[in-house]
Design a protein around this ligand. Sequence first.
Ligand SMILES: NC(=O)c1ccc[n+]([C@@H]2O[C@H](COP(=O)([O-])OP(=O)(O)OC[C@H]3O[C@@H](n4cnc5c(N)ncnc54)[C@H](OP(=O)(O)O)[C@@H]3O)[C@@H](O)[C@H]2O)c1
Length: 204
Amino acid sequence: MADRTAVVTGGTAGIGRAVSEGLAADGFNVIIVGHNPGRGERVARDIQDRTNRGHVEFEAADLSSLADARALGERLVRQHGRLDVVVHNFGGMYADRRVTGEGHEATLATNVLVPLRLTLELVPALRAAAPSRVVFVNSDAHKFAKPDLDDLEAERFTAASTCTPARNCSSFWSLDALVSGWPTAAYPCSWSTRVAPGPSRSRR
Ligand SMILES: NC(=O)c1ccc[n+]([C@@H]2O[C@H](COP(=O)([O-])OP(=O)(O)OC[C@H]3O[C@@H](n4cnc5c(N)ncnc54)[C@H](OP(=O)(O)O)[C@@H]3O)[C@@H](O)[C@H]2O)c1
């Protein structure tokens, strides 16, 4: 069925690439998102050749940027109209405190803020394809974290902190499990799933 369309963030390598290949092999049109256009175009062609089903294309975006997430979402809705599946696969996990160009702690930005921003932008296309699905790929690391919900941006982080930005942010992985039904609650078009792949040797 070549009329089903999926978006996979971080779809050019690792787990995201494997997910993209699986979806393409199942006949989905797949849009893989990454920030390296050279690699992205090459991987899209490669998946297309290997699966020979559906249509595979690449979209460039910096998935640490809310502005890029908004622009990407607008483009996807304009170009595709309906989206059956969105897999938020990309998420950085940084042991030190890194800040994005927009001033957010990078683990928080890439795992929480950007995926939610992008999902909100895509709601019209998810609604058009209802029943659609939003998948958050994250981690079970939250089981080992003691989150500081008063310091979501990890501004109090020091090298001696017991709570690194990654551990702090990983609390969201449990939070998004709690709110995993939010798109359904907010918009009766889709439902969301949270998956934790576990340790994976994702680099070829
Ligand atoms: N691997 C594990 O053991 C493991 C365990 C638990 C959970 N997870 C979770 O599984 C997910 C995937 O993990 P992985 O190890 O497969 O990831 P990975 O290999 O580190 O992912 C690389 C992908 O992310 C893209 N990417 C990197 N920075 C980006 C940016 N700023 N903007 C847009 N795209 C960017 C890369 O695109 P380019 O090609 O353009 O660089 C590439 O497609 C993550 O959410 C991770 O937390 C992984």
